[in-house]
Design a protein around this ligand. Sequence first.
Ligand SMILES: Nc1ncnc2c1ncn2[C@@H]1O[C@H](COP(=O)(O)OP(=O)(O)OP(=O)(O)O)[C@@H](O)[C@H]1O
Ligand SMILES: [Mg+2]
Length: 383
Amino acid sequence: MPAQPTGQYITTSVAGESVEAFVPDSLPPRLAATDLATLDGPLRAAEAALARLDLAGEMIPSLDWFIYAFVRKEALLSSEIEGTQATLVDVLAWEQADQAGDSRIEDIEEVTNYVAAVNHAFAQIRAPKGVPLSVRLLNDCHRLLMEGVRGAGKQPGELRRSQNWIGGSRPGNAVFVPPPPERVAALLGDLERYIHGEDALAPLLRVGLVHVQFETIHPYLDGNGRLGRMLIALLLDHWGLLRSPLLYLSLYLKQNQAAYYRWLSAIRTEGDWIGWLRFFLDGVAEIAEDATRTARSLYARVSEDRQVLLATPGTTVTAIQLFERLPEHPVITMPLVTRLLETTKPTAGKAIDVLLRAGILAEVGARKRDRLYRYRDYLRLLD
Ligand SMILES: Nc1ncnc2c1ncn2[C@@H]1O[C@H](COP(=O)(O)OP(=O)(O)OP(=O)(O)O)[C@@H](O)[C@H]1O
Ligand SMILES: [Mg+2]
């Protein structure tokens, strides 16, 4: 029995086998003030790191690429196991050129799907008539996240209608059996109300609670990890802690996966929310600091290169215009440049030459047609 119960087990039957499914209590859990007090230090540190990141965010030359960079780092961590990996340049090249047939495509799509889903969610939440943070929005994001990648066949965008389990070959020997399917909608409804309701608890702690509750409900057949991690970014915005999706906690959760999974279980089996919250806060602080450093160095890089370009003999107005577009398009081709700047091939070619001479652009590989150029030092910082 847990020291403090955080839900109840109910017996259900799956394929003729009787299993104990866990139904978590609604948030918030009862947390003792003395236990919460032990989180004061880590909480303040994490909040301060987020505030610094929020400020540094204004310096970021391109939000999308910043997010891509973090998502890709995580994709790299997981794909090392699977033996494939997408480099940032692969992702970039894929974005603008048709690279169908590339074996790394699924890795790349998982990266681009996250950016598409998180951008969709922020756009909806910001729009006066957009979908608010809700189960409906989560379903929409789930569909975007799962498009064409692992789990795509498992009812994307839909709450599960069958019993699932985590770890083990069948529910009977699983590490964890989430709530029965007929309880999922109501549990998510409760969670939605908690997200929009009042609680005296510090909002950052509430983010940590909601993430775990979401994983415990495990509402989808697959992709619960991916969506639950994205939910963290949406909640940080919702509670005014970070105005754009600059914090990508997935990296931390994947680097510390064993501990992460242990905490998810410990909450259920021992009622140990405090241990999880501490682990969560440490991750927020660590990732926020890392992201702040990256944001600052990107800004410094672009400022310095702008000076270099202005001092480069023979620089042109088009070269300067192209340079200003590079943070959004750090990998370019001649056709892309003529399109972006609505200019002719010779003018675009001249601009590319100037940027090559200034050492800002470098050629990727040695293609004869549609040569690829990258904004070298900028990509190095992101990589
Ligand atoms: N013991 C556990 N109790 C509750 N949740 C768990 C437990 N172990 C893992 N999880 C959660 O389940 C997620 C995996 O679920 P699922 O396969 O549906 O998601 P995914 O997005 O496909 O996977 P991944 O997180 O590996 O990218 C993990 O990321 C974690 O958040
Ligand atoms: Mg999965």
